[in-house]
Design a protein around this ligand. Sequence first.
Ligand code: CTP
Length: 447
Amino acid sequence: MTAKRILLIIGGGIAAYKSIELVRLLRKSGHVVRCVLTRAGEQFVTPLTLAALSENKVYTSLFDLKDEVEMGHIQLSREADLVVVAPATADLMAKMAGGIADDLATTLLLATDKPVLAAPAMNVRMWLHPATQRNVSTLRGDGVTVMQPDEGEMACGEYGPGRLPEPEAIHAAIVEALSSPLPLAGGAGGGPVAGEAEVDMPSPNPSRKREGDFRGQPDFAPTNHRPLHGRRILITAGPTHEPIDPVRYIANRSSGKQGFAIAAAAAEAGAEVLLIAGPVPLPTPPGVVRVDVETAREMAEEVAGGLPADAAIMVAAVADWRAADTRAQKIKKDGSGAVPPLALAENPDILASVAKSPDRPPLLVGFAAETNDVIAHAEAKLARKGCDWIVANDVSADPMGGETNRVHIISKAGVESWDRLPKGAVARKLMEKIADDLDLRSPLDSD
Ligand code: CTP
């Protein structure tokens, strides 16, 4: 890549120190870096350090008249190829979203006609606050690329999303932004301008670990083909584990691969994706919010809390039964050869309950892994569960856990059979079909 000019705006926050490493990485890859420090940023890093590393003058004040002669703020904001805000604090993003220009950094951001990339960093509560999420949505709607903050332990001792992404990740996002034609901030480049519908999601169990942020656009957009932009999609995946005692559980062979591939394809297609996953050791696809659950009842709870959505795709192989009575201590052999009784209780049918709920998504899709009479069983399931489509796959020849699937889509309209395809291809094809179907419906209302 040829050398580019980066205007790096450093907001105030404990993570500002990481901007020093970012400058070093950018210089190492041959780019020209000009730094602008906000007043708060100056509390964490010094202009001297940044000047030494960037080998360039560091700007701090709007009222530096000498600079207005040498280089006006308009020129400073426009001579860059990319404007990067790191760390982008809650306050800085609020000002950006509101068009406030009360210091050098915010004036440059308002005056620029260049792409803007923001790497947020703040306390988890501040990040999750509806005001910040609203600002993030506004900024994304204005064409600003807002990275997803990292999740982890924060300087303040809390845990969750809000950490500044690592300098290497910001550097990678910069390289990507410089190599792909980004929408211009301020509407100058015809980027996405539509605001997003915001829906208050009911609160699921807060103790369950959430990865990412279901609200707002996924940050990653590997393709410009985003037919599911503005849609919310809820997906269940993987098996459930139903404990018998602290060391044993009832499970099944679901690998979660198809469900995770569907979540990845939905995010790629621009949807906001909530993935409720049973225990599987799979990485979270980029741009997807994931909630890990163990049992069917936990999954049912998170699904209910995750609605409303434009579509729900229930790929999980939910255990039909659980141990009627989970023992608090490990069941021991008593030496007599007697087998302990294992009474079972039926689990809730999540798909069927969603179908009956007032929050039933406009498009409800079930999956069915069958070993025989695939179509007939799937047709019966479609009617029994009350969903719109059943995606049936024959697992007699290719047991669960493989890399491909041969599926049949069963709906009231009939049966559509697809060739055997890799699970990723099944997922993308399914997303196209879902996008076509949702195009016939209006997005969820915003309140
Ligand atoms: N499903 C669910 N909750 C359950 C069982 C199944 O939500 N307790 C969903 C699955 O996620 C899938 C669909 O229902 O989308 C069909 O699952 P399957 O296990 O094939 O259905 P069952 O009703 O369990 O039928 P079977 O007797 O074939 O196991």
